[in-house]
Design a protein around this ligand. Structure first.
Ligand code: HXC
Length: 515
């Protein structure tokens, strides 16, 4: 065969394989508002940067007449490319080919690109759109998942791993995204569950739709399995690109430095955001925006456990991870979900060399039988563990309340924050003045002629004594009591001198966090 004929043969084969499951299957995909696997990859990557591999891989199934079937690329597209010039490895399951189901060779393609990602030390993006384990391939499909899960775990904390759920992600398949760092979902398109509505109906007799069982809203608001929610695939892809701009390629690098930008202080003015009445709530995201470069903040887990806010911003051009109690929701208490959310974010930042900036304003951990029986002790301990374990620069600013366990947990000096600043409005105490006065002056109040008056007097006394930052400052637990308008300058300085921070860590295989 001449070179010309070989070229045209290659073209023909490439065209056939790249057509995926064919026109009808593609039309079905589009009819439910979904893009194809290749369209998705091209929409995420920089123009002309995608290089596909293993296009001609064939499936290994033999049973149930599978040996007579042609499954182009075995239902998954894999390759490398760039996002804003950033190298990435990527795979996208192709639902038009056997429902994107995962057979042995499909899994081999995924594990191969995962191995490339860990070898080249670049982020991995996985787009999930699949009916799960390819039923006809039996245990080989299960083996494939196992190989993926193993690699997800090995790569954890080494390269950023991003999962995008753009279709069904059913059965054990959910565990690969669950092992990765960030999960993106899209309204009405993403569906994640271990057992689907039919099984639930059979086993439990309960009726539930796929959307209500494991749709995008469920996972971004209730379960916390998803970190980013979008209304459309395109919006989701923009979120991924935005996220990648804040995080480093791997755990040996720092995130890219950007030009420093002043915050938009006219829109986000601390004096207008922060209420004079200490009982009044405010949106801590506005405080973050009053301090971050360009007032830009990429919130992670925005819809889940909103009593704590976590996300990325920049200070003087460098990425920082913000962790802040949100007084707008449940007064910013720590509870089971907010502890999980914060701990996970802190560990990501620590693994990827992103300094942590913590804003504190909370009355403590949430009381209640549900919380106690749900394991708030175990979950709350995750925050203590994550902050204590983190060796990146840790700067804390106490804005208002820092009571009880909340004071300790929110990156106090005792968990080895590098700098702890407090606004003059800070109140650092074992508990709020009302609760404290009721306990320590119980008998005085009870035996008084006018108990209510005495109670008020004792609350006032307690407030005067402890509801300020100066007692903690007197013990050196606060490094500086600062004017709120100086916060950004203090953070810029503290972060710039913390660049070479080094911490002695005990030699061990690994710690045992309260998972
Ligand atoms: C083989 C599959 C498949 C699968 C779908 N297909 N899932 N083939 N194995 N797991 C095929 C269908 O037969 C069909 O082929 C094509 O993909 C499109 O599927 P449809 O059903 O027509 O699509 P739709 O109506 O959109 O429904 C999508 C779906 C449904 C909800 C995902 O297909 C479904 O329920 N699939 C099974 C889900 C499941 O139970 N998976 C196994 C989970 S157990 P044709 O040829 O007709 O086009 C698991 C264990 C892993 O994953 C454990 C790891 C630890």
């Amino acid at each position: 065969m001449s070179l010309t004929r070989k070229r045209s043969d290659l073209k023909k084969r490439t065209k056939t394989a790249a057509e995926g499951g064919g026109k009808e299957a593609v039309m079905k995909q589009k009819a439910v508002g979904k893009m194809t696997a290749r369209e998705r990859i091209l929409a995420i990557l920089d123009p002309d940067s995608f290089h596909e591999y293993d296009l001609f891989v064939e499936h290994a199934g033999k049973d149930f007449d599978m040996d007579k079937k042609y499954l182009p690329g075995d239902g998954v597209v894999t390759g490398t490319g760039t996002v804003s010039g950033y190298p990435v490895c990527i795979f996208a399951q192709d639902f038009t080919v056997a429902g994107g189901s995962l057979g042995w060779m499909h899994a081999k393609k995924i594990t191969k690109i995962m191995d490339v990602a860990t070898k080249l030390n670049v982020p991995l993006i996985g787009i999930n759109d699949s009916g799960g384990a390819r039923i006809q391939e039996g245990v080989n499909a299960l083996a494939g998942y196992g190989e993926i899960f193993y690699r997800n775990t090995q790569a954890s904390g080494v390269i950023p791993q991003i999962s995008v759920i753009l279709g069904p992600c059913a059965g054990g398949a959910v565990y690969s995204p669950a092992l990765t760092d960030f999960v993106f979902v899209v309204n009405k398109i993403s569906k994640m569950f271990i057992t689907g509505p039919e099984v639930i109906k059979t086993v439990l007799g309960e009726d539930i739709s796929m959307e209500n069982l494991g749709g995008a809203k469920v996972h971004s608001e209730i379960t916390g399995n998803a970190h980013f929610y979008a209304e459309s695939e395109q919006e989701c892809f923009e979120q991924i690109k935005d996220l990648l701009s804040y995080i480093p390629w791997n755990n040996t690098q720092k995130a890219l430095r950007f030009q420093s930008k002043a915050p938009l202080t006219k829109q986000y003015k601390i004096d207008s955001i922060f209420p004079t009445n200490p009982r009044q709530p405010y949106d801590v995201r506005d405080i973050i925006k009053s301090i971050a470069d360009g007032s830009t903040f990429l919130e992670v887990h925005e819809r889940f456990a909103p009593n704590i806010v976590v996300g990325f911003g920049r200070i003087d051009g460098n990425t920082v991870g913000f962790v802040a109690n949100q007084p707008l929701v449940l007064a910013g208490v720590l509870d089971i979900d907010s502890s999980d959310k914060a701990a996970r974010f802190i560990r990501f930042c620590d693994a990827f060399n992103i300094p942590l900036v913590t804003f504190v304003d909370l009355p403590g951990y949430l009381p209640g039988v549900d919380q106690e029986h749900g394991g708030v002790i175990r979950h709350g301990a995750k925050v203590l563990y994550a902050y204590s374990e983190a060796t990146v620069p840790k700067i804390t600013v106490i804005l208002r309340k820092a009571y009880g366990g909340g004071y300790i947990a929110m990156c106090s000096h005792h968990l080895k924050a590098d700098f702890v600043f407090a606004w003059p409005t800070a109140e650092i105490a074992v508990m709020g003045p009302e609760g404290a006065a009721n306990i320590i002056f119980r008998s005085e109040i009870k035996n008084a002629e006018n108990p209510e008056e005495v109670r008020k007097q004792k609350i006032k006394e307690y407030k005067e004594k402890f509801a300020n930052p100066y007692v903690a400052a007197a013990y050196g637990y606060i490094d500086a009591v600062i004017d709120p308008s100086d916060t950004r300058d203090m953070l810029v300085h503290a972060l710039s001198i913390s660049g070479q921070k080094s911490v002695h860590v005990f030699k061990k295989k690994h710690g045992i966090p309260p998972f």
